[in-house]
Design a binder for this molecule. Structure first.
Ligand SMILES: [Zn+2]
Length: 173
């Protein structure tokens, strides 16, 4: 089984014949028609789960669940990072697609982080090093937030223009 992990939004998802993408839209991929070859784009990390190993673990877990021994283990199965020279799971160049929901998600996450750091910084009045470290981190996050807000603004504008273009075409027809 082939999967993708997106280091940007931390989504992990299995591939299908229909293209799938992560929440931020950065990583996407699909199986080719033969069901063996697969391609992906973006910063995603390709992963493999051993089908036989996974199936065996599912049935082993059914037994373990019945036995209820202490410790109560979870059956393990084989998973691995697909190496860059794989001939069946290959990265291809594709346009990064930042979905609107993804941008919004990043903005919200950053805002939460900033609030958390802000509060944490207030709790370290006596510890200058910790305070300065938090302030530096806060500064960095605020810069990223500013950048991503600009990006979203540009994206919103492009979408509005595309909508306008579409309604114009409809009127022309
Ligand atoms: Zn992502």
């Amino acid at each position: 089984m082939k999967l993708l992990y997106c280091p940007q939004c931390h989504d992990m998802f299995s591939l299908s014949f229909v293209e799938k993408q992560c929440t931020c839209g950065g990583t996407y991929g699909h199986y080719e028609a033969d069901g063996l070859q697969a391609v992906y784009s973006g910063p995603g990390i390709p992963l493999g789960i051993g089908n036989d190993s996974f199936r065996a673990a599912v049935s082993r877990q059914q037994e373990l669940n019945l036995r209820q021994e202490i410790p109560f283990p979870g059956a393990k199965f084989e998973a691995w990072i697909v190496p860059a020279n794989s001939s069946t799971f290959t990265g291809v160049c594709g346009e990064p697609r930042l979905k609107l929901s993804g941008v919004q998600l990043i903005i919200e996450t950053l805002q939460q982080q900033i609030t958390a750091y802000d509060q944490a910084a207030d709790e370290f009045p006596g510890n200058d090093d910790a305070y300065l470290g938090l302030e530096a981190e806060l500064d960095r996050l605020e810069k990223i937030l500013k950048y991503i807000r600009k990006l979203k603004h540009r994206q919103d504008k492009m979408q509005a223009e595309a909508r306008q273009e579409r309604s114009k075409t409809r009127l022309d027809e």
